[in-house]
Design a protein around this ligand. Sequence first.
Ligand code: LLP
Length: 399
Amino acid sequence: MEQLAEIAGSVGTPFYLYDGDLVRERIARLRAALGDAPHRICYAVKANDALALVRLARDEGLGADIVSGGELWKALAAGMPAERIVFSGAGKRRDEIRAALEADVGSINVESPGELDIVAEEARALGIVARVAARLNPDVEPGTHAYVATGHGTSKFGLAASQVLAEIRRAAADPALAPIGISFHVGSQLLDPEPVFAAAERAAEVWRELAAEGVELRDLDAGGGLGVPYRGGDDLDVEAYARRLARLAGELGATLVLEPGRYLVAPAGTFVTRVLYVKEVPGRRVAICDGGMNDLVRPALYDAFHPIALVGAEGRERGQVDVVGPVCETGDFLALGRELPLPEPGDLVAVGYAGAYGRVMASTYNARPLCAEVLAEGGRWRVIREAGTYEDLVRGESP
Ligand code: LLP
């Protein structure tokens, strides 16, 4: 907490602070849970694409799960070896597919028959063989927020089992394509892993059917989705999760691929903002801060809960507080009706579990520049991305 005041004094507010040591610990924990089972962990860059964190993931031996040409570019810029990259996503453009093939990424996980056509065309044009996996829509109920559920049959993601069979057979018959696996991703912020296991069973059925036809695959990619305890309490039983998936992959002779994002980085991030004003409005005590939905949109978008602490306010009288941002929308809040020490102008507010889907989802709404990011490791901290400037706000614009 002392460090927060020091950093705030130096870089200004708001900012994101990441605990690199904690990210390493979580990587180690997941890896230990997988033990000797053949596996690859591909960090879901979408959760937090700060170059320093992608570099950290690379240094820890992880690969990357990417979903756009921009993420490909960033992953390569961070030094991620292309062969460790899997390219997921429902809407890949032709130029993004070409860039991924040129970089020679480990796998392109296709989600539409038309996408496989484009991968084949581009591979032929480049004179290479494209490694592809097909993303299965497992048709399971993920039991998470509707906006981040992906594995139900009516979602836009993946292919039905019959389509996966058809696309993998098509890939096996095309000399420009090498089918290497089946992937799925049930949804995000899963606190109950059962739907992932159900999805894995369905993927295994498809896998076995293909194996019986002589199509040999390598990767069973179970996606991401491991939830974190935003409201406190224990972490998910990552050992049980890993053990069960590893056993299933083992039965198939598959390499298990995981694409965790949130699990690795959410608890390691803190969003720090400063209270500008405190005011009483009928029935509410409102603390207006200098950071809001433009910096951290999860509360506004998903009604998400993030733990909040007021730095250095421990001894104060407590009460219910609405912690809100400066943006001109009533939906701009970080927390509503939270029991906290009574805030005062100038207080620092630490919003916890903000390392995933925080800064990456930030915008410059209300013409507020993007905030800075800081990485702490081994007791030291450094700015890994400077705050945006007003010049950045008009870059590329013509009046
Ligand atoms: N793999 C695929 C194919 C995905 O679509 C995702 C997340 C992941 C892996 C990583 O999932 P994770 O381990 O982080 O749950 N913005 C939302 C979350 C969106 C997740 C999208 N896909 C939020 O703030 O909760």
